[in-house]
Design a protein around this ligand. Sequence first.
Ligand SMILES: *Cc1c(COP(=O)(O)O)cnc(C)c1O
Length: 336
Amino acid sequence: MQLARFPRRRYTLSQTPIERMEHLSGHLGGAQLYVKRDDLLGLTSGGNKTRKLEFLVAEALKQRADTLITVGAVQSNHCRLTAAAAVREGLKCRLVLEQRVPGSYRADASGNNFLFDLLGVEKITVVNAGDDLNAAMEAERQALAAEGRTGYIIPGGGSNAIGSLGYAACAEEILQQGFDMGLEFDRVVVASGSGGTHAGLLVGFNANSAGLPITGINVRRPAAEQEANIHALTAQIADYAGVAAVPREAVVCRDEWVGPGYSLPTDEMVEAVRMFASLEGILLDPVYTGKAAAGLIGLIRAGEIGRDERVLFVHTGGSPALYAYQPILSGAAAAQ
Ligand SMILES: *Cc1c(COP(=O)(O)O)cnc(C)c1O
């Protein structure tokens, strides 16, 4: 891939580490587990949206935007990082927050919500699940235009062809690191939400003929629906990047760890968050990586991931949301 063709800002100084998770591997009796520490990416508290924003914000600047407009759930990591990128670039930021769980927005909530305020978000508009999110963002863009300002709309999760280039690039980073470490991975496991991470990785591995399968662990949608979405997104990314299309059968999503719904806790998520923290000193998050790690652990216990497989878990970030879930995650609660 010639990704240098696309405008890009830099928010992380170098590659994120790949670390062996020896204690967790031992505790589970295999597989050989590694973690790609994308929780250590740049901007405020890291996480996968930083890679997407490098390409999206470069595009916004090219279009001479002065304000970033985006949408997310009430504890959105993507909204936090978009606000952080705006600060870094001297832009303003406006957010549309979707109450995917009815009544879930609280102006005084902790976690990412607190950080929206700290990062100087200019305006927050709260809407309900099912409302037209694109229309809400377009209304903001027009309100800015009426004042002579220029808004740039970033889709939910930054998951369009432009943003997903960040994860096509990450696929190449992973292959290079594996080569440098003398380590051939058998499988990648990653959370699959708005899909740019999963789809970008698929495009990047496929363009390099890596033969490295990805298991996406859903956090919201049923598997068939998510697989169709991811496949459609890979087609857009591959077209935009000018590389080969990803075959449908390479898109694999599992939905057994979604639980009652997006952002709603499960026992398996709590177990995974506590396991990663106590065995590896790594903070997951309750909405994405906690459920993705629960899927990883579940697939190992079920024997679907072999004891000798070398598995790379992509840690997509999100730890600030832990503080909004403290009563559910703390040891006192887990003991009950
Ligand atoms: C957004 C997000 C994801 C999901 O990534 P997508 O590209 O939207 O599928 C996973 N983990 C964290 C912490 C996130 O914030």
